[in-house]
Design a protein around this ligand. Structure first.
Ligand code: FDP
Length: 340
């Protein structure tokens, strides 16, 4: 006779120590939570799956980069005049290909391309992506990341893409997140109902929910800023650095935005990239770096500003627009801002 798994005489499968639960796989999580999304059509879910798939391929390349001569520069420069690394180019191809295949995306904005890529007029979504952020860390085997923002187009599907579909404020994002290629690889994202983090299990080739409903501590003791540039920071930022020192806060700066952000999300802290002499408007890009992290930060209870106002309210005028960026624990961002 067959016995039910709920039979009280049998040890519950869930509590069995022989086979510990591996948790919820990303695919299942996306499916289970699809209904929370305003446009529950399944398209966004597919888009998130496409991003996850491309990130697995990039993760594979990142992991074996040193072995197959994938490190170093290709000799060209990206839209913002920085040397393109081989892995930057490769990651851009991987993400573009995955998102083009799915058919949900009408336009893709990437750090690696000067203009947006027109994909499929039938698609409902616009994606902004930094395929491989922190590229100066590639050659030295330090954590790097992918950052993505997803917007719903304003013009009707099936019509040519308009500038107003692309230049939307961060507050219009329907989903955003990042992948951190670190000691372990993680995918963290929000669709506007909290933030969830998934850790990649390489032997199973799957992301599993490891950090449900992430919350950024309201306060912290870590400040992340490139202090080597302090002489060219505005005086209020220098004053804030002095304040951090007086408080004996801990300085932590990897120089990989995703990694610095992720640490502060988990531990509490503030990341500041202000205006500098070289980058009077700030260095970081609003559309495919700051907006996504600002959305995640706010959804986790943190805060993101340009030193004056909310990042998500900044009007975007061009694809590769830069901004000053203060992001992290709410109280720390507010304190940094209070210096003026
Ligand atoms: P990178 O130039 O290496 O791509 O996106 C730009 C970025 O890295 C961020 O990831 C990082 O936080 C920052 O620039 C580092 O800039 P600095 O070297 O000027 O500190």
């Amino acid at each position: 006779m067959q016995r039910s798994i709920n039979n009280t005489n049998t040890p519950s499968i869930e509590s069995s120590r022989i086979a510990l639960s591996i948790g919820t796989a990303l695919d299942r999580f996306i499916k289970n939570n699809q209904a929370q999304f305003q446009y529950a059509s399944g398209e966004l879910s597919q888009l998130l799956r496409d991003i996850a798939l491309a990130s697995k391929v990039v993760n594979r390349e990142v992991n074996k980069a040193g072995l197959i001569d994938m490190m170093g520069a290709v000799g060209s420069q990206n839209t913002t005049g920085e040397d393109q690394q081989k892995l930057d180019v490769l990651a851009n191809i991987r993400f573009t290909r995955a998102l083009a295949k799915g058919g949900e995306v009408c336009a893709l904005v990437s750090e690696e391309s000067e203009f947006f890529v027109d994909l499929n007029n039938e698609g409902q979504y616009v994606i902004a992506i930094d395929p491989l952020d922190g590229s100066s860390n590639i050659d030295v085997n330090v954590s790097i990341g992918t950052i993505f923002s997803i917007y719903r187009r304003k013009s009707p599907a099936g019509t040519p893409i308009q500038e107003s579909d692309i230049l939307q404020k961060g507050s219009a994002q329907v989903a955003a997140g990042y992948v951190l290629y670190g000691a372990s690889t993680m995918l963290v994202y929000t669709t506007g109902t909290g933030v969830n983090g998934f850790t990649y299990e390489p032997s199973l080739g799957e992301y599993f929910l490891s950090h449900p409903n992430m919350k950024m501590p309201e306060d912290g003791k870590i400040y992340s800023i490139n202090e080597g540039l302090a002489n060219s920071f505005p005086q209020p930022v220098r004053d804030y650095i002095q304040y951090c020192k007086d408080k004996t806060y801990t300085a932590r700066y990897i120089g990989s935005l995703v990694a610095d952000f992720h640490r502060n999300l988990l531990k509490g802290g503030v990341y500041v990239y202000p205006a500098t002499a070289k980058f009077p408007n700030g260095k970081l890009r609003l559309m495919y770096e700051c907006n996504a992290l600002a959305f995640v930060a706010e959804q986790a209870g943190g805060k993101a500003t340009d030193g004056k106002g909310r990042i998500l309210d900044i009007q975007l005028n061009e694809l590769h627009q830069r901004t000053a960026f203060y992001v992290g624990s709410k109280n720390m961002v507010e304190k940094a801002e209070s210096f003026g």
